[in-house]
Design a protein around this ligand. Sequence first.
Ligand SMILES: Nc1ncnc2c1ncn2[C@@H]1O[C@H](COP(=O)(O)OP(=O)(O)OP(=O)(O)O)[C@@H](O)[C@H]1O
Ligand SMILES: [Mg+2]
Length: 303
Amino acid sequence: MIITCDSCKTRYKVADDIINKPTFKVRCHKCNYRFIIHKNDPLDDSFLLQDEVSADDHRIIALSNQKGGVAKTTTCLNLAVSLAHMGKKVLVVDFDVQANLTILLGFRQTRSFYELLNKEVKGINDIILHTKYPNLSLLPSNSKMALLKKRYLTQHNFEYLLRNRLQEIEKKYDHILIDTPPSIEFFTLNALIAAKLVIVPTTCEYLSIHGVSQISDIIKVLKGIDHDIEYKVLITMFDARKTSEKVIYEKIRHKYGAMVCKTVIEIDDKMQESHIVNLPILYYDEKSKSAGQYQDLALEITE
Ligand SMILES: Nc1ncnc2c1ncn2[C@@H]1O[C@H](COP(=O)(O)OP(=O)(O)OP(=O)(O)O)[C@@H](O)[C@H]1O
Ligand SMILES: [Mg+2]
């Protein structure tokens, strides 16, 4: 998990199994500040945080949850636009046959990762498109992507295809965000292997906790085979007027503690309007609640 110093905001990586007490006293290696992590009971001595999060840890981010309609694509687009707006160079990868991200960015009938693997183009740069938004590029999807699943799923090491291709270009970008489909198979496994951080968007509905625990279980398995990967749970479309949502929100916070993003994305009609006109929320209504919240999320990811 990632812990941010309350004083100097330095971020550290800490193994999940160390934090098995209700509250956990820690000390920042950089500024010596001591503070408490709320997870489980206090230790006698404060734990010295040393392993700082590097720029590489948050370079490749997958947006994933096998539950459908929880704002994976919305978050991928709007977080990417917010990061790009801050001056970061960003690539979004549409790794979903639905191609919703490609469509939201105004493209249709593009080439995709399929053409790259099928050797119809020379290299990955030939399929990357520059969007109309500054600092934001897209590796698009198309319907042929569906064929990849069939062709490669039984092949040895199929889950490394995306990671291997991104290695050629990853240093050109500050962040690469990968949108995934609502299922855990070829595309999602490739995204999880390529990423160092997984953001798990979830709504506060009854089945949501189940969806989050499924993805966190897979991440534990990946960590078990020495894959350096962290995850953060992002509450989306939160409706504070509903008691049921508040109850589930508290359950998620209790279960995932510091792994839950501080930023909460609330339900916002403006977001739905922005999708109708194919605009990221920041370009549709900069002053809207959700535009501000996605900018807060971008700061939280990079702080
Ligand atoms: N903050 C928000 N307020 C209101 N509506 C939202 C918000 N975020 C997303 N939505 C709406 O929720 C719906 C689902 O969003 P989205 O397509 O991003 O989910 P998804 O998880 O990518 O879905 P899928 O699993 O099908 O890929 C869309 O209609 C979108 O407009
Ligand atoms: Mg989607």
